[in-house]
Design a protein around this ligand. Sequence first.
Ligand code: B12
Ligand code: SF4
Length: 601
Amino acid sequence: MKKVLLLFPPEWVPTAPYLALPSLTAVLRQNGVDVVQKDINVEMYDHIFTRGFLLFVKGRIDKRLKDLREKQRMGEITKEERDIKGMLKEYTYVDLEHHISEVERAKEIMRGPEFYDVAKAEWSLNAFREVMSYVSAAYHPADIHFYPIESNLNVYRPWVSDDLLKAPHDDTVNVYADICRQLVFPAIEDEKPDLIGISIGTPVQFMSGITFSTLIKEKYPGIHVTVGGNIITRLREEFPKKEKFFGQAFDSIIFYEGEHPIVWLTEALDGKRKMEDVPNLIYREENGNIRVNGTYQERVNELPPPDFDGIPWDKYFSPERLVPYLGTRGCYWGECTFCDHGAGYIDQFRAKHADQIVNDLEHLKKACNAEHFLFTDESFPPALFKKLPPLMIEKNLGIYWTTLIRFESSLLEPEVWNLAAQSGCRSLYFGLESANPRIIKLVKKDTNISAAITNLSEAKRVGIWSHVMAFYGFPSETEEEAEDTRQFLLKNQDIIHSVEMYFFVLYKHAPVMNMVDQLKMEVKDNPEHDFALDFYYTPKSGQTIEDAMGRYENFYKNDFDPWAMRINAREHVFLYITHYGTNDLPELYNKNNVEPAHQPK
Ligand code: B12
Ligand code: SF4
C-alpha cells in the first residue's frame, strides 16, 4: 500500500488550517491509506520567525553584499546593483538579536491569552511585519510579506507558464526554494512517501507549489508527485497543452474535488487499477501523450468529516483552535455574473443534511478539542441558516461559528437571528457588491437593500459582527452609481462593523465573460499570459479599470477611517467577539486609539 504525503504550500493566512488537506486525509484514511499531512504554510511562518532562519537570512545578505563588493572591485557593477548594495548595507545595521527576541515574544502573545490585549496583538503583528521586511531584503527584488499583503517574487508571474517553470531554480528571489530545502525535504526524508500531493489554491501558492513540486521531482525522481486545488482546476484545459510540466514539475494533476480520485491514484500506483480509470486525472501516458480522464463529483452526504490529525495546532498564530468546515459545496445562489467560484466544481451546489452537519461538528469539537468553527462555504444557504441553529441548540453543541453569506429577504424575522446567536454565530461576511439598483441587477446578486439593512440591524442586535464587502467598477458602472455604494456604507456605518472594498476584476471563468457584447467592453487577451485567470479590458462606457482602482484607493484614503482596525485577520476579530462576548468592541478600531502600541513587557 502506497504512503501519501500531502503538502499545503505558502501563502495563506496563518491563523487556522485550510480545509483541503484534512478533507483529502479523511477519505484516504477511510480507505486504509497511510497519509501524513503537512501545513508547510504555517510551518514556514513559524520557521521564518526563529533565530535559525533569521541568521540564515543574515548570511544571505552578507553573501550578496560580498558578491556585489567583488563586482564593484572588478568594475562590473551596474547602477541597479549599486542601489541594491546600498539597500543591503543598510540592513547590516539592523539589531538582529533585538528583532529575534521581539518575534519570539510576539509568537508567545499571539498564541496565548495576552492576544486579547489588542495593543499587544497589534504590536506582535507589527513585529512580524518588520522582520519580514528584513527577510524580503535578502530576496530582493522579491517582496516577501506577512499578511494581509501577499508576497510577490516580482520577476516571475504565475500567469505565465514559462515563468513558473523557471522560478524554482532562481535562488536569488525564490524564498520558497529555501523553504522547500529546509522544511519539505526533511519531511520527505522522515516520511519516505511513495506519493506526494500538493494543494494549490491561490496564485502565490502556484509559485511556491510548483517550486516545491519541481525541486522534489529533481531530488526524488521515484516519488509520484500530483498537484490539485482551485487554480489547478481552473487551468485544467491549459495544462494538457503544456506537456513540459509533466515529468519536470509533477507527474500528474487531479482537477475538481480530489478526495476519491487521490485514493484511486494510490491504487493505480499500486497496480490495482488502471491510470485511465482514475477520474479527474491528467497524466502522461506511456506513449508520451498527455491524457485527460473523465470527471467525478463527490457525494457530499457520504463524505466523512475532515480529519485534522497531524495538523500542527500549536503553530498557528491564534490563541484558540479554529476549525474550518464545509456544509455545502458550490453556491446555492450561483447566479452572480462577476463571480467565478463555480469554476471550482462540476455542479454548482450540493449540501450535507443539517443533522449530518451537526453530527460532524460534534465529532470535530471533540476530535480537535476546539469550539471555534469557520464555515468556509462559498455562501451559507438561508435554509441552512434557519435549520441549523435549532439543531445546534437542541444538541447543546456549545460552539462559536462564522460564515460567508448573501443578504437575504428570507432572513428578516427576529427569531431567526435570536436562534443564530444562541447557537453560537458570532460574525457574518456579507457580499453587498453594490448598492445601486441597476448594478445589483446586472451583477445578478439581486440584493434587496431594505432586507440588507434589516439583516445588518438584526445581526447587530443579537451580537453578531457584520463585515460587508463591495466593489467599484462593474463594467458600465458610472461614477454616480459607484457613489451609491459608497453612500450606503457611510450612511449605515452604525450597523456595519467592518468593510472591505475591492475593484472589479474580469475573471476568465465568471459569467460576465458572456456579457462582453451586452456590456460593450473590449477584452485584451495577451497570448504570452497563457495561464491568465483574469483579463484587462476597456469599457465603452462607465468607469475604466483605472477609474475604479482610483476610486478604490480613495475609499481607503478618505472613507475608511471608521472601519480601520488594529488587527485585521477575520479569524482574529471573530476570537475577540467570542472572548469578550460582544460585537461592541471600540478598542479594536484605530480611531479610538491615537497612541501607537509600545513593546509589551
Ligand atoms: C473560505 C475561503 C476563504 C477564507 C478562508 C478561511 C480558512 N481559514 O479556511 C478567507 C475568507 C480567509 C479567504 C481569504 C482569501 N481568499 Co478565499 N476562498 C475561500 C473559499 C470560498 C473556500 C475555500 C475552502 O475552504 N474550500 C474548501 C476546500 C476543501 O476546497 P479546495 O481547496 O478547492 O479543495 C478541493 C479541491 O480543489 C481538491 N484539492 C485541493 N488541494 C488538493 C491537493 C491534491 C493533491 C489533490 C489531489 C486535490 C486537491 O480537493 C479538495 C477537496 O475536494 C474559496 C472558493 C473555493 N471554492 O475554493 C475562496 C478562494 C480560495 N479564495 C480566493 C482568494 C482570492 C482569497 C483572498 C486572496 C481574497 C482577498 N483578496 O483577500 C484571501 C487570501 C487568503 C490568503 N492568501 O491568506 C480565491 C483563490 C484565488 C484564485 N484561484 O485565483 C478563491 C478560489 C475564491 C475565488 N476567487 O474563486 N478565503
Ligand atoms: S458571489 Fe457569492 S452568492 Fe454570488 S454566486 Fe458567488 S459565491 Fe454565490
